[in-house]
Design a protein around this ligand. Structure first.
Ligand SMILES: NC(=O)c1ccc[n+]([C@@H]2O[C@H](COP(=O)([O-])OP(=O)(O)OC[C@H]3O[C@@H](n4cnc5c(N)ncnc54)[C@H](OP(=O)(O)O)[C@@H]3O)[C@@H](O)[C@H]2O)c1
Length: 236
């Protein structure tokens, strides 16, 4: 049972599906918002690389970065179809499939002059690429490490260039979204009008049925989602 003091009444906004409060307007969108505005302090005119770009946090971050005035937004993702989705539907300037080579080389080819900010969702080779691809005095926001979650305590093989954080005077900073609940109203005030105008897309993959919760979770880890993976328990 959920008591009244544990429940939150969602604001109603025309053109905004209730499920958006689980994705763009929920913890996922808030993670992207905190990463860009509070940790990286992304400035208009700056360039940004987002790893795991076609997932929940990544698709929110790419679209938020545009609103915040980023000059160039680049993403990495796991398939050609997702690359197309990012560049054709979600406003990314460029994207690459990380299966096509070493991530650092793919990033260097896509952003030869480096980037000001990296939002890192993947860890391992992607974190190594972020360290090599960010400019001197750039910022890396470390949000997650999905490529390493199954390593069960084994030390990751990458990044092998961690000391470049010193050599390039990079700021590498992690965060936990649960410490930023006080920014929820700010996120809603910023994003709701853009969702209503169609500038920001609510990107979700919906799996129907409570019995498919585990499938959906494993599918998310395996990349079977674009945007936020959501399980619909019953017809709403
Ligand atoms: N710090 C915080 O407070 C906070 C809050 C929320 C989420 N997070 C973290 O943020 C990250 C993104 O979370 P999310 O909920 O938005 O998940 P998500 O990106 O929607 O789903 C995970 C994605 O990771 C990609 N992936 C899986 N294995 C990979 C690998 N070995 N290499 C590269 N990519 C891989 C898959 O896409 P591809 O098809 O592209 O491989 C998959 O779609 C996660 O690491 C999560 O733990 C942190």
């Amino acid at each position: 049972m959920v008591g009244p003091d544990e429940a939150r009444v969602l604001p109603r906004a025309d053109g905004v599906p209730a499920s958006a409060f689980l994705s763009l307007l929920g913890g996922t969108g808030l993670s992207a918002y905190v990463a860009l505005t509070r940790v990286a302090k992304l400035q208009p005119g700056e360039s940004l690389f987002i790893s795991g770009a076609a997932g929940g946090v990544g698709t929110a971050a790419g679209q938020l970065a545009r609103i915040l005035g980023a000059e160039r937004v680049i993403g990495s993702t796991g398939s050609a179809a997702k690359v197309k989705h990012l560049t054709e539907n979600l406003g990314f300037d460029a994207a690459f499939d990380y299966h096509e080579g070493h991530v650092a080389e793919l990033l260097a080819r896509t952003a030869p002059e480096g980037v000001d900010v990296c939002l890192e969702n993947v860890g391992g080779e992607h974190l190594e690429a972020a360290i090599s691809g960010v400019r001197a005095h750039g910022r890396i926001v470390w949000c997650g490490a999905v490529s390493t979650y199954n390593d069960l305590g084994r030390p990751p093989a990458a990044p092998r260039n961690l000391y470049d954080v010193v050599g390039k005077s990079i700021r590498l900073e992690g965060f936990l979204v649960r410490e930023y609940g006080h920014l929820q109203a700010e996120l809603e005030a910023l994003l709701i009008p853009h969702i209503q105008s169609g500038r920001v897309k609510v990107d979700q993959t919906v799996v129907a049925g409570f019995d498919r919760v585990v499938d959906a979770f494993i599918g998310m880890l395996g990349g079977r989602n674009t945007g936020k993976m959501i399980v619909q328990l019953a017809e709403g």
